[in-house]
Unconditional design. Structure first.
Length: 353
C-alpha cells in the first residue's frame, strides 16, 4: 500500500549537511498499524513526513497505491494528500475555533456546504467521544481530548492512511492508553492503515502489528512486533526494550541494581557467585511451563524476580520476566543454555539498564 523506496533526506545549511534519513526501504501493508521507533534524532519524524511529502525526499520514491507521489503535479499531489491524515504531538489545533469548527476545517477548505459538513462532523464527534464538548475551545479541554479532536480532524477527509507523529508523547500513561485504544478501534472499524512514530516501546507493544527500528537515519531492524520483542537483533532495539523494563521498575530499585551490577563487574570472580540481570521472554505454552524452577534446581542458582508481566501481542500470550540471577559463571552459562533449549529467549541486560 505504501512503498518507501530508497528514500534519502538530506538537509543542507550554512553549517553543513545532515542526512536525516538514509536509503530507507519499507513496505507498509493495507490495514496494518506500522510503528517506527528510535531514539531522539534517529530520523523518525523526517521519514514519516516524507510519506505525505511534507518533506520532499532528496532521492527515492514514495508510492501510495501504485502512484508515485514524488512525480505528481501540485494539483494531483494536493488531491493525493487528502488520502493521508496526520496527527501531531502538540495537536496543532486552532485556539480561536471550537472543537466542532476545528474538525470542520478541512471540509471547509474542500468547499463543502454547511449541511454536508455537519453530516460528516457529527459522526466523527461521536466516534471520538466528544459530542458533549463540541462547543468548547481547545483551552477548555484536556490534552487527551485535544488529541481526540486532532484525530477527528485528520479523519474528516476520509483518508486511507493516518500518520501519527508522537501523538501520545505529551500525554500521561492512562490517557495514552485511551488514545491508543481509539486508534486501534479506528484501524479495525474503518480499515485505516496507520503509520505511527514513537520513542516508546510500550506504544509499539500495545498497538502495532509490525515495527521498524531506526538509528542514525537508517532502518536497522524490522519485523512482526512479537518477533522483535522476543528476539531483538540489534543493540539499539535491546536497549529500547531494556528501557521498558527500567521504566516499569521503581526508580530506587533501578539505582540499587545499577550499583550492584557495577560492583559485580568490578569484582568479577568466576568461582564465586556473581549477579547477572536477565530478561526472559516466553510465548504460547512456554508461559506456563516450570522451566525456571528446573534451571534453578539443576544449576544451583538464586533467582530474584524483579519484574514480570504477561501480555497479549497479536493474540498470542507473551511473558516477559526481569530476573537478577546469582551463581558461578559456569552455572549461569549452563542454566541459560538449558533455558534456551526449552525455547525461552534469554538476554543479558547488565549493560542496557
Ligand atoms: N529541517 C531540518 N533542517 C536541518 N536538520 C534537520 C531538519 N529536520 C531534522 N533535522 C535533523 O535530522 C535528524 C533527524 O531528526 P528527526 O526530527 O527526524 O529525528 P526524530 O527521530 O524524529 O527525533 P525526535 O524524536 O527527537 O523528534 C536530526 O539530527 C535533526 O537535527
Amino acid at each position: 500500500m505504501i512503498e518507501i523506496q530508497a528514500v534519502t533526506q538530506r538537509f543542507d545549511s550554512a553549517s553543513g549537511s545532515v542526512e536525516a534519513v538514509r536509503n530507507v526501504n519499507l513496505s507498509i501493508r493495507k490495514g496494518e498499524v506500522f510503528g517506527i521507533i528510535g531514539r531522539s534524532g534517529a530520523g523518525k519524524s523526517t521519514l514519516v513526513r516524507t510519506i505525505n511529502l511534507l518533506n520532499r525526499p532528496t532521492s527515492g520514491r514514495i508510492v501510495l497505491d501504485n502512484q508515485d507521489l514524488t512525480t505528481l503535479s501540485a494539483d494531483k499531489l494536493r488531491e493525493a494528500r487528502r488520502g493521508i491524515g496526520m496527527i501531531f504531538q502538540h495537536f496543532n489545533l486552532l485556539s480561536s475555533r471550537t472543537v466542532y469548527d476545528n474538525i470542520a476545517l478541512p471540509l471547509e477548505l474542500a468547499g463543502l456546504s454547511k449541511a454536508d459538513i455537519a453530516k460528516k462532523v457529527e459522526p466523527l464527534l461521536e466516534l471520538v467521544g466528544l459530542t458533549a464538548l463540541k462547543d468548547r475551545y481547545p483551552a477548555q479541554i484536556s490534552g487527551g481530548q485535544k488529541q481526540r479532536v486532532g484525530i477527528a480532524r485528520a479523519l474528516a477527509n476520509e483518508p486511507k492512511v493516518l500518520l501519527s507523529d508522537e501523538a501520545t508523547s505529551a500525554l500521561d500513561p492512562e490517557t495514552t492508553r485511551s488514545i491508543l485504544e481509539l486508534l486501534r478501534k479506528i484501524n479495525k472499524e474503518l480499515g485505516l492503515t496507520i503509520v505511527l512514530i514513537t520513542h516508546q516501546m510500550e506504544v509499539i507493544k500495545v498497538i502495532c502489528d509490525r515495527v521498524a527500528v531506526m538509528e542514525r537515519g537508517e532502518v536497522i531492524e524490522q519485523g512482526e512486533v512479537l518477533d522483535v520483542f522476543r528476539q531483538p537483533q540489534h543493540e539499539v532495539t535491546r536497549a529500547l526494550i531494556g528501557d521498558v523494563i527500567a521504566h516499569e521498575l521503581p526508580k530506587g530499585v533501578v539505582e540499587r541494581l545499577r550499583a550492584r551490577l557495577a560492583k559485580a563487574e568490578a569484582e568479577a570472580d568466576p568461582n564465586a557467585g556473581t549477579d547477572h540481570l536477565f530478561r526472559f521472554a516466553f510465548t504460547g505454552s512456554g508461559v506456563d511451563q516450570p522451566h525456571l524452577s528446573e534451571a534453578v534446581r539443576r544449576y544451583n542458582l538464586d533467582f530474584n524476580i524483579l519484574h514480570g508481566q504477561i501480555d497479549e501481542i497479536q493474540g498470542q500470550a507473551f511473558g516477559s520476566l526481569a530476573i537478577l540471577a546469582n551463581g558461578t559463571t559456569e552455572n549461569i552459562t549452563n542454566a541459560m543454555n538449558y533455558l534456551r533449549a526449552q525455547g525461552v529467549v534469554v538476554e543479558e541486560l547488565n549493560h542496557v539498564i
